[in-house]
Design a protein around this ligand. Structure first.
Ligand code: E4P
Length: 226
């Protein structure tokens, strides 16, 4: 089980990195916009600096291309990798373009260059499986977006996991589009290797009233509280 944070909020990233529980960070254009980022490259460099300060590993940082045309995607992706100069750089490529065509050739080219690709916007097991076959290091299935259109999200995750194993593909499944704390538990249990979690759910997934009650009992018996 790996935990990524789905945010570009530097304060939250530092907070959770300092607790030592993160394995990566994911961003996309919508997340950058929400965080008020106007210069993505500068923001990604700040995230990398926080990772380097708080971890001795090059945790994965997903950065998404800002274009839709295959040749431009390749140029932009290679440019990001060069400028960030960080071993954890992971390029997010959506499985389909707005023309509806697959972007598997882009994924394959980048992967052949040794660039880690996170194929995003997948909502079916076949999309995720195809991306992994093309060489993606990560395949992102978007949990609530699957449910939004009536797809069986848990089945899509478990079938993808089964196929990755059956074909001995090394890709890991990232589950994004988490909109409730309970989604985190469901997504792991269905077979996601990684869940990328919006920061607002972090306190909630760690909380249980029984833990609070237990500590209260311990403090009462220690005479610290009445
Ligand atoms: C995918 O890149 C992300 O997880 C993204 O934040 C999607 O979340 P949403 O469906 O809640 O917008």
């Amino acid at each position: 089980m790996k935990m990524f944070l789905d945010t570009a909020d530097l304060v939250e990233i530092e907070k959770w990195l300092s607790r030592g529980i993160l394995d990566g960070i994911t961003t996309n254009p919508s997340i950058l916009k929400k965080a008020g980022v106007t210069e993505p490259m500068a923001a990604w460099k700040e995230i990398i600096a926080l990772i380097n300060t708080n971890s001795d590993q090059s945790l994965s940082l997903s950065v998404e291309v800002f274009c839709d045309e295959p040749d431009k995607m390749l140029d932009q992706a290679r440019g990001f990798v060069k400028e960030l100069n960080y071993a954890g750089t992971t390029i997010k490529i959506p499985i389909l373009g707005i023309d509806g065509a697959d972007r598997l050739a882009v994924i394959r080219s980048l992967s052949q260059d040794g660039i880690a690709v996170n194929c995003t916007a997948c909502v079916t097991w076949l999309q995720a499986f195809a991306a992994a076959k093309a060489g993606a290091r990560y395949v992102s299935l978007l949990y609530r977006r699957m449910i939004d259109v009536g797809l069986d999200a848990r089945y899509m995750i478990s079938k993808t996991r089964e196929l990755l194993g059956e074909h001995q593909l090394g890709a890991e499944i990232i589950i994004g589009s988490i909109r409730k704390a309970e989604d985190v538990f469901d997504a792991y249990e269905a077979g996601g290797h990684i869940v990328t979690i919006p920061t607002k759910f972090m306190p909630e997934i760690l909380f249980h009233q029984k833990s609070v009650d237990t500590q209260e009992q311990f403090l009462r018996d220690a005479g610290v509280i009445q």
